[in-house]
Structure formats: C-alpha cells, structure tokens
Design a protein around this ligand. Structure first.
Ligand code: SF4
Length: 223
C-alpha cells in the first residue's frame, strides 16, 4: 500500500534528486567508515558512538578509538575509562564506553570475534537497537534493511511517504513503499539531506530541490 501520489517512479525520482544533492555535501561519518573499512565491526562501533551525537563529533571520537583498537579482541582488552576518554565528548560517553567494552567481549566469547550477520543476534548485543542492527546488516553485509534514524523518520513523514509516530512504524511503512534496492541507500541519502537542508526545527524549504514532491506534513516553521 502507498500513500496517494507516492508511486514507485516518484520514489526513484526522489532518490535520484537526493543523490544529486549529496554530491555537494560533506560525506557522513558512517558512509566514510563503510567506504574506508567495509568492516561490520567498525560500522557497529561507529553507529553506537553516533547515537545522540553530532556527526563531526562521532567522526573524531571513532577515529580516536580505532587508533587504540581495531578489532573486538583489542577493544575488549581496553578498560572502560580508556574507551570513555577516546570517545569523549560523544553523548552518554560513559554509558557507551561500558556498552562498547561489553560488546567487544561478547563478540569474542559468543561469535569468535566476528559480528553476527543476523538481526536477532545483533539485537541481543549490548547497545544495539533496530537502527544500529539495520545499518550493520545493510552497509556491513549488503542485506537489505532500512535503517531508520531521526532524519529518516522526520523527513519520510514530512514528505508524506509515511504517516507514522515512531521509527518502527516508519520502517514498516517504508518497507511497503520503497523498492527493495533503495532500502540500504535511503538512510545515507536522507541523513545527508537532513543534516544540510531539511533540519529538525526550521527546514530550508525555500529553494529546496524536493519542493514539488513534498507534502510538508507537520512543518510549521521554515526558512
Ligand atoms: S520542502 Fe521543506 S520540509 Fe520538504 S523536504 Fe524540502 S526542506 Fe524538507
């Protein structure tokens, strides 16, 4: 089922415009990690650091941590204080340091130091929710999954592709409404657009390349 107007052709048109828009923007941290490492472990760690944290802060924090440890084995050998110092000032850095230490230890003890390629196993790991699990499945393993973060949830609703009140609903509706080959790339396309144009509180609607596609649902203030 699709909301009125959101045909498959229109969704592809949207993706193509978002790709064009992204060309002029800074590469997001998670896209850069994917391109540079192709490592599910690096993506998993970076995604945990990124929760409630600005992208530039995530990037620097992840780089500092990866200089200390590149694998679950070496990260499990760090203590929480060392991890916390490396990822500071990421949001909730102490909690994340504890989770990353536990995560690395669990990967070593339960998965031979590998990241599991299965959603259920990923969701059982410390600090891993649906957003992180889907990102790792998609970018880390190439398994179609829609990673719904705050940007994807907000912009999908504004555009009128979904009508949902929480990220899980958004994920389920997007699965019905966007072609499967867009499930993995849609996250980075919308994150980049959200960081650079369709901001949370005051989107830059004037001159927006999506104006003719966007229903602007819930947008009360804009520039
Ligand atoms: S028109 Fe405004 S609300 Fe719609 S996508 Fe563009 S910036 Fe976002």
């Amino acid at each position: 089922m699709r909301l009125a107007g959101w045909t498959e052709a229109r969704v592809y048109d949207l993706a193509s415009r978002l790709e064009e828009f992204r060309e002029g923007c800074r590469v997001t941290t998670l896209a850069e990690v994917e391109r540079a490492t192709r490592s599910p472990f690096h993506l998993l760690v970076s995604c945990i650091i990124s929760l409630r944290t600005k992208d530039q802060v995530t990037h620097a924090a992840a780089q500092r941590l990866f200089r200390l440890a590149q694998s679950p084995q070496t990260m499990a050998d760090l203590n929480e204080a060392e991890i916390a110092l490396a990822i500071y000032p990421a949001g909730f850095y102490r909690t994340k340091a504890a989770q990353l230490k536990q995560l690395a230890s669990r990967l070593c003890s339960d998965y031979d130091g590998m990241v599991p390629e299965c959603e259920e196993d990923l969701l059982g790991l410390p600090g891993v929710g649906r957003k992180t699990a889907n990102l790792v499945l998609g970018l880390g393993f190439g398994i179609p999954a829609i990673c719904v973060d705050t940007h994807v949830h907000r912009i999908s609703n504004r555009l009128g592709i979904v009508d949902s009140s929480n990220p899980r609903q958004t994920e389920l509706q997007l699965q019905q409404r966007i072609p499967r080959d867009l499930w993995i790339p849609i996250n980075d396309l919308l994150v980049t657009f959200g960081q650079n144009r369709c901001h949370p509180t005051s989107p830059r609607c004037s001159g927006c390349p999506l104006t003719d596609l966007c229903a602007r649902v819930g947008v009360t203030r804009h520039r």
